[in-house]
Design a protein around this ligand. Structure first.
Ligand SMILES: Cc1ncc(COP(=O)(O)O)c(C=O)c1O
Length: 372
């Protein structure tokens, strides 16, 4: 506020640099081109910019999991392309590489291919990107990671968001780090970077900060329009919050991890509850359990609600939603795992400031709800 520069400027530039440095610090291979981060006002905007940059357009096919937030598929549709829904893995609910492979082969038999695939690191659990690559085979398909749930997820292969061609993060209010609203797009590909930067702000060739800020020179009003861009920039007010959040990210992650481990410990003797696995690099954005069936799930949720314990569902599969049912090319029969996870999963409360007492209260409530 004291700097008196509210829109995208020095804070956003610093946030981008610092965010990219974190991803770089998790990369095993330093011979690659450097990773670059571009701040945006939401992950939804970031996904649309990423899809546009890789050339997704009318009539193209893009594979997305059905078990995700609608933005993953909606952004594909915004560009006139077809999202093709992929089923989930029983273990973790992320996109199934074997179903993806079937899809690739089916398209190939018709002389078609997937322009892109958007694996979602659901709940912060990192997808097996190598298995996804194998499923794609020779297909010239680009991988855009929806990393909305997955900062800071570190794996041996690198950090989530740096495993495919472009990674997109969300800083929405409930995410692992937040700017209120906001997001980040990350890539090592200079062509994608250039296009995303251009399209992020009206297709203007010079940023406002460059024209009127620190480097303001002759004729700051002069600029060129190189494409019909969008308005997706992150204001400095949000970026300033993001920079502080970034410094706390490892601490916040450790807290989430400790709490998730407590849940795992307190629930291990409950056979009626299937817990998420403690996979490598899990960001623990969510802690979603799986129950026997929809009736039990709903009863448990209502029981907990009466005790003042809020729960949620991540997610109701997209292929069951009115719009996608009407307009998608995929049949529900091909998505059995996503369908049952949508009916059986329940996200328990999890936030960094939560205490052991609160975890106990939730697990005790759960036991009572299940008469266990
Ligand atoms: C998996 C997933 N992708 C994308 C988004 C969109 O994020 P944003 O709200 O920053 O646009 C969300 C938001 O909840 C999400 O859960």
């Amino acid at each position: 506020m004291r700097r008196r520069w509210l829109t995208t400027g020095p804070e956003a530039l610093a946030f981008e640099k610092e965010f990219a440095a974190v991803l770089e610090s998790g990369a095993p291979d330093s011979s690659k081109a450097p990773i670059q981060a571009i701040s945006v006002n939401s992950a939804t905007a970031g996904l649309r910019l990423a899809l546009e940059a890789v050339g997704v357009g009318p009539g193209d096919y893009v594979a997305v999991p059905s078990l995700t937030f609608t933005a993953t598929a909606g952004t594909v549709r915004h560009l006139g392309a077809h999202p093709l829904f992929v089923d989930s893995l029983e273990n973790g609910g992320t996109l199934s590489p074997s179903h993806l492979e079937q899809m690739v082969l089916q398209l190939k038999s018709k002389g078609k291919y997937l322009k892109a695939v958007i694996p979602v690191h659901l709940a912060g659990r990192v997808c097996d990107i190598n298995a996804i690559r194998r499923a794609l085979g020779e297909s010239p398909t680009l991988i855009i990671e929806d990393s909305a749930h997955a900062f800071p997820s570190r794996t041996k292969e690198g950090m989530a968001g740096d495993l495919g061609d472009i990674g997109v993060f969300s800083f929405y209010a409930t995410k692992t780090i937040t700017t209120g609203e906001g997001g980040m797009v990350c890539t090592r590909n200079p062509d994608f970077l250039q296009r995303i930067s251009l399209m992020r702000l009206h297709g203007i060739d010079r940023t406002v900060w460059n024209r009127y800020g620190a480097n303001a020179g002759h004729r700051p009003w002069e600029y060129d329009i190189q494409a019909p861009g969008d308005k997706c920039n992150l204001p400095d007010l949000c970026a300033a919050i993001g920079r502080v959040q970034l410094q706390r990210a490892n601490h916040l992650h450790q807290q989430r991890k400790n709490l998730a481990h407590l849940y795992l410990k307190y629930l291990e003797d409950l056979p009626q509850v299937q817990c998420p696995q403690d996979a490598e690099g899990h960001a623990w954005h969510l802690f979603a359990i799986r129950l026997k069936n929809e009736e039990t799930r709903n009863q448990v949720s209502e029981f907990l609600e009466k005790r003042g314990i809020g729960t949620s569902v991540h997610f109701i599969p997209l292929h069951t939603m009115s719009y996608w049912k009407r307009s998608s090319l995929i049949q529900a029969e091909t998505l059995p795992v996503a369908t049952s996870l949508g009916c059986q999963s329940l996200s328990l409360p999890l936030w960094p400031g939560m205490g052991k007492k609160e975890i106990k209260r939730v697990t005790q409530g759960l036991r009572e709800a299940l008469n266990a």
